[in-house]
Design a protein around this ligand. Structure first.
Ligand code: ARG
Length: 459
């Protein structure tokens, strides 16, 4: 079959060349948006008299039928269909004949594809945002239900200071909120309508681009036709958003994997979100979390891959730009799995409070001792050294901090023996950190309130 653009060609496209060129295998998901944009385009052409009332009706009826075929999955893609746009135009011709040939007046696939893509992105963005909110809700609910549980906080993966487990859950809430804000920003920036830019130079017919943009739900028409057909910032930004979000999910996944090991034993992952081993009957493997971690790497690859595609393109449209879709669609599809899976895991895991408490060994309170000495007027550096020496002593003598004789403590400061038990109480250490953003129970309660409020509002 002759291509829609085949007039000046004397031979058919080589079949492998056609395969390389074709995007229908991955751009079909744009089909409903392509129809929506075409319907509005046709109205503009009719407004300026390039279509008769009858032609406009015929085209729109044909497009409605095509939309129905897309929705009920009866649209038959033919081997010669190069991309979603040409497939739909080919089908329109089959349905209504000659008038179908007028739909592409003043339009190019270059402005068409970008319009379709941005329409898709708006909805895809809303879906991802909703899925992120679910994960955030699960984190807040964990924080609310695990209140009161003290866990060791880690730095350098070494036990550091006691914190509330709820505080830790919430530390994974805020990165997701920043992701949502970034997504909202990129969608806002992408809300300019490219349609009416044509191939690169702009549309030669007096269509009303502002009306066109409004009808398609954009804020305004894009301001420069060359930029409009080459701008892939929305795709690149979405890939960056997906990468950073995936990194945030990956870090949470890594922590959950560690905490679920026998070595930590802090939590048990739900059966529905783990797998067994084909050889070792006792095993319960965190495959889904491992894949969440791995997918972050893959998504980062898609971002860097696509930026590399963009960096050498001089201006306007080059076919290289077609690579935006496999990258963005894959990143989107990945998030459509990793986010709800993370939600399911967070909702259904169970924690082991006794194992968590066992992580609080008294050396985590070393900073508290130093802080106590500071309150007695000793400079922090000196206090740090005195406590360091005390710990070294304990290690040499094989005793725990709580067993240090009162005389030894009194050598450091006279009031230390009397306060010793209190200083070594992890609850005391946690509750002292009551400033905004700290780990005390009041501060964490505030964070829970704030987080719930955040989820009621737009990002
Ligand atoms: N499938 C193409 C893409 O995704 C559509 C635009 C084609 N434009 C062209 N001048 N061949 O980029």
């Amino acid at each position: 079959m002759t291509k829609l653009w085949g007039g000046r060609f004397t031979s058919q496209t080589d079949s492998l060349a056609a395969q390389l060129n074709a995007s229908i295998a991955f751009d079909w998901r744009l089909a409903p948006y392509d129809v929506a944009a075409s319907c509005v385009w046709v109205e503009e052409l009719a407004e300026i008299g390039l279509l008769s009332v009858e032609e406009r009706q015929q085209i729109q009826t044909g497009l409605q039928q095509i939309l129905a075929e897309i929705q009920n999955q009866t649209f038959q893609i033919k081997p010669d269909d190069e991309d979603v746009h040409t497939a739909i135009e080919r089908r329109l011709f089959e349905l209504i004949g000659e008038p179908a040939g007028k739909i592409h007046t003043g339009r190019s696939r270059n402005d068409q594809v970008m319009t379709d893509f941005l329409l898709w992105l708006r909805e895809a963005g809303q879906q991802v945002d909703a899925a992120v909110v679910e994960v955030q809700k699960a984190l807040v609910e964990r924080a609310a239900s695990d209140q009161g549980v003290i866990i060791s906080g880690y730095t350098h993966l070494q036990r550091a200071q006691p914190i509330l487990l709820s505080h830790w859950w919430l530390s994974h809430f805020y990165p997701l909120q920043r992701d949502r804000q970034y997504l909202a920003f990129l969608l806002q920036q992408a809300n300019l309508c490219p349609l009416g830019s044509s191939a690169l130079a702009g549309c030669p017919y007096p269509i009303n681009r502002t009306r066109l943009a409004q009808k398609l739900g954009f804020d305004a028409p894009s301001p420069n036709s060359i930029d409009a057909v080459s701008n892939r910032d929305a795709a690149a930004s979405f890939l960056f958003f997906a990468s950073l979000l995936s990194v945030h999910l990956s870090r949470l996944a890594e922590a959950l994997i560690l905490f679920s090991t026998s070595e930590f034993g802090f939590l048990e992952l739900p059966d529905a979100f783990t797998t067994g081993s084909s050889i070792m009957p006792q095993k319960k493997n965190p495959d889904m979390l491992e894949l969440t971690r791995a997918k972050a790497g893959t998504t980062i690859g898609q971002l860097t891959g696509f930026l590399s595609v963009l960096k050498n393109l001089p201006s306007a449209y080059d076919k290289d730009l077609q690579e935006d879709k496999p990258a963005v669609f894959t990143a989107f599809d990945t998030l459509s799995l990793t986010l709800p899976v993370m939600y399911g895991i967070l909702q259904n895991l169970s924690i082991h409070p006794e194992k968590i408490s066992a992580s609080i060994d008294p050396t985590l309170l070393a900073t508290e001792i130093a802080d106590f000495l500071v309150m007695q007027g000793i400079p922090f550096r000196k206090a740090h050294r005195l406590v360091g020496e005390l710990i070294k002593d304990c290690m040499n003598r094989g005793i725990a901090l709580i067993q240090v004789p009162a005389e030894r403590l009194a050598k450091i400061h006279e009031s230390l023996p009397q306060q010793w038990v209190k200083i070594l109480d992890p609850h005391y250490a946690v509750e002292r950190r009551s400033q905004f953003g700290g780990t005390s129970s009041d501060s964490v309660k505030n964070q829970i309130l704030q987080a719930r409020e955040i989820l009621q509002k737009l990002p």
